[in-house]
Write a protein that binds this ligand. Structure first.
Ligand SMILES: Nc1nc2c(ncn2[C@@H]2O[C@H](COP(=O)(O)OP(=O)(O)OP(=O)(O)O)[C@@H](O)[C@H]2O)c(=O)[nH]1
Ligand SMILES: [Mg+2]
Length: 206
């Protein structure tokens, strides 16, 4: 297996409009989820860099589509979060449009890493995103984020609850526990990303 050095990931550029994105070759994996679910922190944990993706206690921190390059032709994308009540509705609608536009039109997007706070998984907008991804044939990995906030037995209960609910969607998803602050699930995340990368390299899909 081709081992990727995630710690060598570099920031490329940010865009506010899909049509402005200048990267055409290669494939992308995007981190998506409710605002404050821990997307930017997860990218920092994955790459073992403290400030690669900007994170914040204030929800709505990420308002652009941020591109990072793991290796030539393989990018990680940090998307703005959706659905936070305290973000003004004008901005919320703008962000929503950017996210859906990106999901529906970006042919380089092959996989989504969907982060859901383990205490509130599969909320309405998460289910909508899952359906859009299924419709557009984008693979999904679900991370139950901030799992350090729950005791181990509670983590298991949440994990099985999510798996059971997902079974009803009759599609196969991978689900894993994740914590950026306690470094839980990072090895598994890397393995999953490696597999996707290998798959697209082998298919010479770009
Ligand atoms: N306890 C705990 N807190 C976390 C974890 N990951 C992120 N946080 C905290 O959650 C808050 C939001 O993290 P971000 O990474 O900025 O979240 P985001 O999903 O990128 O947010 P937006 O950019 O607003 O969409 C920050 O205060 C982080 O420190 C985690 O694994 N455990
Ligand atoms: Mg963010």
């Amino acid at each position: 297996m081709n081992i990727l050095n995630y710690h060598k990931t570099k920031f490329l550029k940010s865009f506010s409009k899909i049509t402005d994105i200048e990267f055409q070759d290669g494939v992308e994996i995007a981190f998506i989820g409710y605002s404050n679910s821990g997307k930017s922190s997860a990218i920092n944990a994955l790459t073992n860099q403290k400030k690669l993706a900007r994170f914040s206690k204030i929800p709505g921190r990420t308002q652009l589509i941020n591109f990072f390059e793991v290796v030539s032709g393989f990018r990680i994308v940090d998307l703005p979060g959706y659905g936070y009540a305290q973000v003004p509705s004008l901005i919320k609608n703008k962000l929503k449009k950017i996210i859906y536009n990106y999901l529906e039109t970006r042919r380089q997007l092959k996989c989504l890493v969907l982060l859901m706070d383990i205490r509130h998984p599969l909320k309405l907008l998460d289910e909508k995103i899952i359906n859009v991804a299924i419709h557009n044939k984008i693979s999904i990995l679900l991370l139950l984020s901030k799992c350090d906030k729950l005791k181990i037995n509670q983590q298991k209960i949440q994990f099985y609850k999510v798996c059971k609910k997902l079974n009803l969607l009759k599609d196969s998803f991978q689900v894993q526990l994740f914590s950026s602050s306690k470094k839980i699930g990072i090895k598994e995340l890397k393995l999953n990303l490696n597999q996707w990368y290998e798959k697209y390299i082998t298919l010479k899909n770009f």
